[in-house]
Write a protein that binds this ligand. Structure first.
Ligand SMILES: Cc1ncc(COP(=O)(O)O)c(C=O)c1O
Length: 323
């Protein structure tokens, strides 16, 4: 069923030339209800990474075709450009590198248009702790300054803050069921955002078993070994793990209110199912007193995690408390 909006949309960004053809045809059709204040193109990342979304801005034919289509829009419709690639996946520096490359694309793209750009949209995928971070502020100021200099008549610079707003709304509370030694290097097998990583141990050279990912001996100077806390939760409780980083908060024993954040280190938090990739936390230091029965709060699971939980080995079947 077609749902007809009562007011025009603010922005509509086309994901491909085919998409833009459809949008322009509909906007210019007086019989069609579709309308928007701003129509624009989403361009795929310029460098560093690849994406299946957005138009290929490295292809001049694509740029010319997109501009020709946008030039057919009625004068009342303004034009914008858009990029989206999660900074939670790319990391801060690479994300700003991609955004600056995209600014240059937009400057050249504007030359093909009959009008000035009205909106630059830099997308979403912002982890809340990155937005709060002091370092991010100077990057953002630089990006805004460069954008204003490149497009003095721009109406708006937009960000899409979905993840940064919602991720703190969720957490997974679980209990330690075993503290165990980590005898073997974990394969770098927890899948990465790019889908890399091996699930099995067999690729790890035996001679390197007592070395960590940096080639250091696993037994530290104090003679203690890296450890893993196995908890009564698993990867299916958080569908998109380990694409997003989650802070861990630890409570020794039950009900004493003694929660504390964990330091960085070389210990891990493992789920309780039989998959190699069931790793819920890494690169932190287990509290010296960590013991069976302790509680762990895996924080910031409100975006792309609990909502993506799937039905395997009790994922989704746990108690849910909405506060
Ligand atoms: C264009 C666009 N904006 C935003 C998002 C999601 O970002 P957020 O979760 O921060 O809203 C996506 C999802 O991948 C997207 O494709």
């Amino acid at each position: 069923m077609d749902v007809k909006p009562t007011t025009a949309l603010r922005c509509l960004f086309a994901d491909s030339i085919a998409d833009l053809e459809t949008i322009v045809a509909r906007i210019t059709d007086p019989q069609d209800w579709l309308d928007a204040e701003i129509i624009g193109c989403r361009f795929s990342p310029v460098a560093v990474t690849t994406s299946r979304f957005g138009m290929n801005c490295k292809d001049p034919q694509v740029l010319m075709k997109a501009a020709a289509l946008l030039n057919q829009l009625p004068a009342r419709v303004k034009v914008g450009v858009h990029m989206h690639f999660a900074s939670s996946t790319l990391g801060l520096q690479q994300w700003f590198g991609v955004a600056q490359g995209y600014l240059r694309v937009a400057v050249n793209f504007e030359r093909l248009l009959d009008c000035k750009l009205a909106v630059m949209d830099f997308g979403g995928g912002w982890p809340s702790h990155l937005l709060d971070h002091e370092e991010t502020h100077s990057y953002l100021v630089k990006l805004f300054t460069e954008t204003r200099a490149a497009f003095p008549t721009l109406e708006a610079v937009q960000f899409e803050p979905g993840k940064s707003i919602t991720e703190r709304a969720g957490a997974v509370l679980t209990k330690v069921i075993e503290i165990r030694e980590m005898e073997r290097s974990m394969p770098d097998g927890a899948p990465t955002a790019e889908g890399e990583g091996s699930a099995g141990c067999s690729e790890v050279d035996d001679e390197e078993d007592d070395l960590d990912a940096h080639g250091d001996k696993k037994v530290d100077k104090k003679g203690s070994q890296n450890r893993a806390a196995v908890v009564d939760a698993c990867i299916s409780d958080m569908g998109s793990m380990p694409l997003h980083v989650h802070p861990l908060v630890w409570q020794a024993g039950e009900g004493q209110g003694n929660w504390s954040s964990v330091e960085q280190g070389k210990d891990q938090l493992w789920g309780s199912i039989c998959m190699e990739f069931d790793v819920l936390g890494a690169a932190f230091k287990l509290p010296e007193t960590a013991a069976v029965g302790d509680h762990v709060l895996i924080a910031f699971t409100g975006a792309y995690d609990t909502t993506m939980a799937y039905d395997f080995a009790d994922g989704k079947a746990r108690d849910m408390l909405v506060v």
